[in-house]
Design a protein around this ligand. Structure first.
Ligand code: PNS
Length: 161
């Protein structure tokens, strides 16, 4: 069974992430979307909230599972018997960080490769941090996230007012 892992922070999941999940799920028997538990960062959404949003947005994809991980990604890959990491590439600016990550992971475990999917042009500018910033100022979000995620963002910033 070919297992792929799409790791990330997903704070929150954007339409760009959903596009990568849909497309990469076709490349594997099973795709695990894995949320990093990172105590060094203070996210907007808790791990639980992010996992729930990911589950809600991927319900229709039968071979997609949502999970969490901490520590090294290559160790998680081994535990899941997964051989490919999926990452989206938006622009040249992503490349430097992504190649470093891919090469580090491959040198830590030579059984692990990274597969890059180029982001759909309509989402080339999109990131979770852009979404959080727009949401914090009450801007339009319907081209960036689903209506479900939008309402969760609105709730968050209402609480913080
Ligand atoms: O969505 P992000 O924040 O760009 O995702 C980054 C992520 C989670 C893929 C990366 O930070 C990661 O894999 N972290 C786990 C620790 C690790 O294995 N790092 C790679 C060696 S530097």
């Amino acid at each position: 069974m070919k297992v792929g892992v799409y790791p990330g922070s997903f704070d929150p999941i954007t339409l760009g992430h959903i596009d990568i999940i849909k497309r990469s799920s076709k490349l594997f028997d099973k795709l695990i979307v894995a949320v990093l538990i990172n105590s060094a960062k203070t996210p907007l959404f808790s791990v639980e909230e992010r996992v729930n949003m990911l589950k809600e947005e991927t319900l229709f994809l039968e071979n997609v599972e949502i999970d969490v991980f901490s520590g090294l990604l290559v160790d998680y890959m081994e535990k899941q018997k997964a051989t490919a990491i999926v990452r989206g590439l938006r622009a040249v600016s992503d490349f430097e960080y992504e190649i470093q990550l891919a090469q580090t992971n491959h040198s830590l475990n030579s059984n692990v490769d990274t597969v890059f999917l180029t982001t759909n042009v309509q989402y080339a500018f999109l990131s979770s941090s852009v979404v959080r910033e727009v949401a914090s100022f009450g801007g339009e979000l319907d081209h960036f996230v689903t209506s479900n995620v939008e309402s969760k963002l609105r709730e968050k910033f209402k609480q913080e007012d």
